[in-house]
Design a protein around this ligand. Structure first.
Ligand code: CP
Length: 318
């Protein structure tokens, strides 16, 4: 089952408080959310969600996204209901996503959902009476990851403008890649896309680059990133392969090693949405250019900002 119109924006004022695709945010909104995130980094414990119930519905596994969302809610004084294993819910008895979302929107003020199907979050936002935040839908979008990626890029580079970003790995199924590419279109980026033939960036995103005047080149070897400001490594998404033999062929295609960072720009930072498997050797972890663990930490602040915007309580931030 595939949900159609996965990035089409809904109509109606209530629905617009949902965050389903990063294209739901204008450039101004992105910058506003980043500003809120920076306020939360300075002062993370604020009672802004007192009396609010937030539902986290994870139909797919997660460590960072779910726990950072739940940390964000707890630091803001809200309460959490939800599940991290859909096999314990009535969806395992055949309940439809529509019925599940309708039920949960009876109980909660906000729904945060991860789902394996592209477009599921948009569909949920259309049937929900409360805002929906997409915590990742299939290989389509992961907009809150993008907000923490942008926060991390701005924090390490001092700007989002005119940067060269080298994206490496699974550019076909990597939803974080797709969202980040679209968000960066506001900031005059250029890209190098490094992927094996099987995992190249889908044509729709190359068309997006073309339509937005974004320069890019495609490579298949992890050798040339001397001009990069950001090296965005990604995991090969095993769970998206229909044929695991195909996964076996590409699973270890690239491994970044510490020595390979010699001669790169002083401002270069290595990002990765995580989890990593073999694509970044642990010998990179102590390099000052490795930023992926701080990047994950920034997820709490970015998600605090996104939640407050969705619930329209940002005016109360200290
Ligand atoms: N980056 C990310 O989405 O990580 P999790 O799958 O652990 O949530």
């Amino acid at each position: 089952m595939v949900f159609l119109q996965r990035n089409k924006k809904p109509s109606g004022a209530m629905k617009t408080r949902s965050l389903v695709s990063i294209t739901d945010y204008t450039k101004e909104k992105i910058l506003h959310i980043l500003d809120l995130a920076s306020q939360f980094e300075k002062n993370p414990n604020q009672d802004l969600l007192k009396g609010k119930i937030i539902a986290t519905l994870f139909f797919e596994p997660s460590t960072r996204t779910r726990l950072s969302f739940e940390t964000a809610v707890n630091r803001l004084g809200g309460r959490i209901i939800g599940f991290s294993d859909a096999s314990t819910t009535s969806s395992s008895k055949g309940e439809t996503l529509k019925d599940t979302i309708t039920m949960v929107s009876n109980y909660a003020d906000l729904i945060i959902m991860r789902h394996p199907l592209d477009g599921a979050a948009r569909y949920a936002s259309e049937v929900s009476a409360v805002p929906v935040i997409n915590a990742g839908d299939g290989s389509n979008q992961h907009p809150t990851q993008t907000m923490l990626d942008l926060y991390s890029i701005k924090k390490t580079q001092g700007t989002l403008e005119n940067l060269h970003i080298t994206m490496v790995g699974d550019l076909k199924y990597g939803r974080t890649v797709h969202s980040l590419l679209m968000a960066m279109s506001h900031f005059n980026p250029s890209f190098t896309f490094i992927a094996p033939d099987e995992l190249r960036l889908p044509d729709e995103y190359k068309q997006f680059c073309f339509e937005n005047g974004i320069k890019y080149r495609e490579l298949s070897e992890l050798t040339d990133f001397a001009d990069a400001d950001i090296l965005y490594m990604t995991r090969v998404q095993r769970e998206r392969f229909l044929d695991l033999m195909e996964y076996e062929k590409v699973k270890n295609v690239y491994t970044l090693k510490n020595k390979m960072l010699d001669g790169t720009k002083p401002n270069l930072r290595v990002l990765h949405p995580l989890p990593r498997v073999n694509e970044i050797d642990t010998d990179v972890d102590d390099n000052e250019k490795a930023y992926y663990f701080q990047q994950a930490r920034n997820g709490v602040y970015a998600r605090q900002a996104v939640i407050c915007d969705a619930l329209n309580v940002q005016d109360k931030i200290n």
